[in-house]
Design a protein around this ligand. Structure first.
Ligand code: PLP
Length: 408
């Protein structure tokens, strides 16, 4: 049973107030709130078995290593990856993308080759490719997106050729909430031997992910966007590609043998986990994913569908609201503007009513430019939000419209 009132009690922050106004948290695409089980799991690690992993010969180290590796198995299951060696813990999506850009691309490309990127990607899925392409003398080619931020498949087909070595694309847009058909994109790319990197930062908290079915080559996500801690994330790669890929960070834990003349790297996945990683974060991420699985992604989708329906109808009907999307999103992410009002002003006025949204360029300047605006107000919801909160939000917007129109 999906008991929303009960579920909200799992998230201590959701019951907070400011100036007697309840918190309405609609910035879940930036980061999600944390359930008590995640907070307690991290606290349990530090209170009861804090130690470094994989190297200690004592009980605490053994327990920490066991819990850490349990998280890897949870992630494998959550993504339906084939092997646990294909799951690498990173600091988040950004690090995962940098690892593939700086450790893999050079193994499959030479000067003059091309990398394809969707034109509505988050900066994290643009800048690392740009920097490495510059270094390796590769060309970045952008793929057009349709009005709601989905990759234009015709443009993609036209731009695929034997020079293209990699396509980097997001699964769900952080601006429009629309989802690319990753399976179709991977099918097309594989026919031309193009590797596909999928940025799953905005999809993992909203829908089941089945990597064996999607058949992408790389996939990444951040723990903090799916109810886990900050500073931890995942890079998935197909084993044969990870074997080819070079480490991006070097030091302890990732080695096999070290001498002053030469060092060799450890096995997968450890060769990509240099130094002391975020042990508490990884264990906390495991707890977050287990929490999602315990609620059931189907139940989560049902609740989010209700919220989406209501937001879509009421926001769309509100006078003076200019939507950034023309079709109901796949995930509950709504970008819009209020006529003649800067998004920052709307954000600040909402904040006075204890309503949290994101404003501005949403870390996707090229996308914002292509949509012909200077920024958006973005309300991003998730399963713990309520229909009542949507009503509070819409009323708040109407109040703001009155304030800005009256000039007081
Ligand atoms: N990709 C997308 C689509 C995002 O929305 C974000 C964050 O907002 C990122 C990548 C970067 O994630 P992180 O900052 O957790 O590395």
């Amino acid at each position: 049973m999906f008991n929303l009132n009960q579920i909200r009690l799992d998230f201590p922050i959701l019951n907070s107030t400011r100036n007697n106004q309840p918190l309405v948290y609609f910035d879940n695409a930036a980061t999600t709130q944390k359930p008590k089980i995640v907070i307690d799991t991290i606290s349990d690690f530090y209170s009861n078995y804090n130690s470094n992993i994989q190297r200690g010969m004592y009980f605490l180290a053994d327990r920490a290593t066991t819990e850490f590796e349990k998280s890897r198995r949870v992630v494998r299951k959550f993504l339906n990856a084939q092997l646990k060696e294909e799951i690498i813990f990173t600091s988040g999506t950004t690090q995962s993308i940098n690892m593939v850009a700086f450790g893999f691309l050079n193994t499959v490309s030479s000067a003059g080759d091309e990398v394809l990127i969707g034109e509505m990607e988050h900066h994290a899925n643009i800048v690392p490719w740009q920097v490495i392409c510059d270094k390796l003398k590769l060309k970045i080619v952008t793929i057009k997106c349709c009005e709601n931020g989905k990759i234009d498949i015709w443009d993609l087909k036209n731009k695929m050729n034997s020079k293209v070595k990699l396509l980097a694309v997001q699964q769900t847009s952080n601006i429009t909430g629309h989802e690319n058909n990753i399976k179709e994109i991977c099918n097309l790319a594989q026919k031309q031997n193009i590797k596909v990197f999928v940025d799953g930062a905005q999809s993992v908290s909203h829908k089941p992910i089945n990597l064996q079915d999607l058949n992408c080559d790389f996939f990444s996500f951040s723990g903090h966007k799916c109810f886990g801690p900050t500073g931890v994330g995942v890079l998935y790669g197909k084993k044969e590609l990870l074997l080819k890929m070079e480490p991006f960070m070097f030091g302890g834990n990732m080695i096999d043998l070290v001498s002053f003349s030469k060092s060799t790297w450890g096995k997968l996945p450890y060769k990509f986990e240099a130094g002391t990683v975020n042990i508490a974060g990884v264990i906390g991420l495991g707890a977050a994913l287990k929490y999602i699985l315990s609620l059931g992604l189907n139940n989560i989708q049902k609740q989010e569908d209700l919220l989406k329906e209501k937001m879509w109808e009421e926001l769309g009907a509100a006078k003076n609201v200019v939507m950034g999307l023309t079709k109901k999103p796949d995930s509950p992410i709504f970008s819009f503007n209020i006529k003649s009002t800067h998004s920052y002003d709307v954000g600040s006025l909402l904040d006075e009513m204890n309503i949290c949204v994101r404003t501005g360029h949403l870390c996707a300047q090229p996308a914002i430019k292509s949509l012909g605006v200077s920024g958006f107000v973005r309300a991003s919801l998730c399963f713990y939000n309520t229909e009542e909160e949507v009503s509070v939000f819409i009323s708040a917007l109407k109040r703001i419209m009155k304030i800005v129109n009256n000039g007081n």
